[in-house]
Design a protein around this ligand. Structure first.
Ligand SMILES: [Cu+2]
Length: 122
């Protein structure tokens, strides 16, 4: 009985995370999928990440929102320690990416080379 009660208590949050994983898996591209709700939010309006720099704790996640009209974006990070690729981010899409490691990272857009998001993970 105690097992059932414990499952009930965590079910809503786990269900949300499971849906997120499924949504990202469907695009077949996200390698770093956050299991927790994002604690930071970045928009891409005007072909620019905003804010352009974020300081966060290891294990936290960023929700990258494409609120840039009809434009498609494609955020990715390629570093020796850690990388991810969101694939194409259609208009209105939201992609959550977790940063498991400490370090200084630069997220780029595969479509707009001038877009840069500096992430400092403490
Ligand atoms: Cu872009």
């Amino acid at each position: 009985m105690s097992d059932v009660r414990s499952m009930g208590a965590t079910a809503p949050r786990r269900a949300g995370a499971a849906l997120l994983v499924i949504a990202l898996s469907a695009s077949g591209t996200a390698l770093a999928v956050a299991s927790d709700p994002a604690s930071h939010r970045v928009t891409q309006k005007g072909r620019a990440f905003a804010p352009g720099a974020i300081t966060m704790q290891a294990g936290e996640a960023i929700e990258i929102v494409n609120d840039d009209g009809e434009l498609v974006h494609h955020a990715y990070l390629d570093s020796p320690e850690f990388s991810f690729d969101t694939g194409e981010q259609g208009p209105g899409s939201k992609t959550v990416v977790s940063f498991p490691r400490r370090g200084q990272f630069t997220v780029l857009c595969g479509i707009h080379p001038k877009m840069k998001l500096f992430v400092s993970v403490k």
